[in-house]
Design a protein around this ligand. Structure first.
Ligand code: SAM
Length: 274
């Protein structure tokens, strides 16, 4: 992948929450400011495993929450018949719009729970690292919206934060939610594999595939795989020269390490049943 394809050419002012102080910035935008471009828990490896189960060529694809566009590029390279990105952040729309336009697609500024897109027009909906940060009601609204815009039989692919094992005690889940909220400034509510499955099934989908990878967002090996060596060196230089952002990363890493294997990256490919 070339530097431009990785999104290395994005400038700081193009990034979301660019004007916000480091202390109050959402965790994923802190990482983006430092140079990270892959902002999902299971890394690009899990994304690629998920996409291997999601035929895109010749399909009309809607991507929820494209962020900095790394998956967008993979989708566009797979020759879809159409592409529409939906993100609630106007800076993201500014980044994704031109990419989408290069294949005659578009990116709209909207909440994924109310896209305004017509019923039953998409073959595939893809959304990564965006459901975990919603309340239970918010998750249902977005999954329901994916169902509404998909044609019957259409595929919905998600990549989110998971919890393991299935019998993880409720008090641990509560601590994880509280610590994540404090560290990443987002009300993250990860679910176990069975909980994700039940949620998707209750909104009218059947599960075709699911996969898991470690939650290694801040681990060196994952970052070399996702960002390349030059990307990692740039991130390290930024960490050293931005003490306010460094403090945030140290706290995020502490929380991720505290819960170890209880936090995972999890992906599902599901099919609209009717
Ligand atoms: C953690 S980033 C993930 C970006 C990208 N999908 C990735 O995996 O690298 C979260 C993205 O979700 C978007 N987002 C969060 N909630 C949303 C919602 N309800 N509707 C639309 N976009 C949303 C944010 O603006 C941001 O671009």
């Amino acid at each position: 992948m070339t530097a431009a394809n990785r999104g290395d050419d994005l400038t700081e002012s193009q990034l979301p929450q660019a004007g916000r102080d480091a202390e109050h910035m959402q965790g994923h935008w802190v990482l983006a400011r430092l140079g990270k471009r892959v902002l999902r828990p299971g890394g690009e490896k899990l994304t690629k495993r998920m996409l291997a189960h999601t035929p895109i060529a010749g399909k009309r694809v809607v991507e929820f929450a494209p962020g900095l566009g790394r998956t967008t590029r993979l989708i566009l390279e797979a020759a879809p018949a159409g592409y529409t990105g939906v993100d609630r952040d106007e800076q993201v729309v500014g980044i994704i719009g031109p990419l989408a336009a290069s294949v005659g697609g578009t990116c709209i500024e909207a909440d994924a729970s109310r896209t305004g897109l017509p019923d039953e027009t998409a073959d595939v909906v893809i959304g990564e690292a965006m459901l975990t940060m919603q309340s239970e009601r918010g998750k249902r609204a977005i999954i329901g919206e994916a169902h509404r815009i998909l044609k019957p039989g259409g595929l919905y692919a998600i990549h989110e934060m998971g919890l393991a094992p299935e019998d993880l005690h409720e008090s641990v889940k509560e601590s994880i939610r509280n610590d994540l909220a404090r560290a990443i400034k987002v009300n993250a509510r990860p679910l176990t594999a069975d909980e994700w499955r039940a949620l998707l099934e209750s909104e009218g989908f059947e599960v075709l595939w699911h996969g898991v990878e470690p939650m290694a967002l801040l681990k060196m090996r994952r970052n070399i795989a996702d960002e390349g060596l030059a990307g990692v060196l740039r991130i390290m230089r930024n960490v050293l020269t931005h003490p306010d952002l460094r403090a945030r990363v140290i706290e995020m890493r502490r929380v991720f390490n505290t819960y170890g294997d209880a936090l995972t990256g999890i992906a599902f490919v599901v099919r609209r049943k009717d």
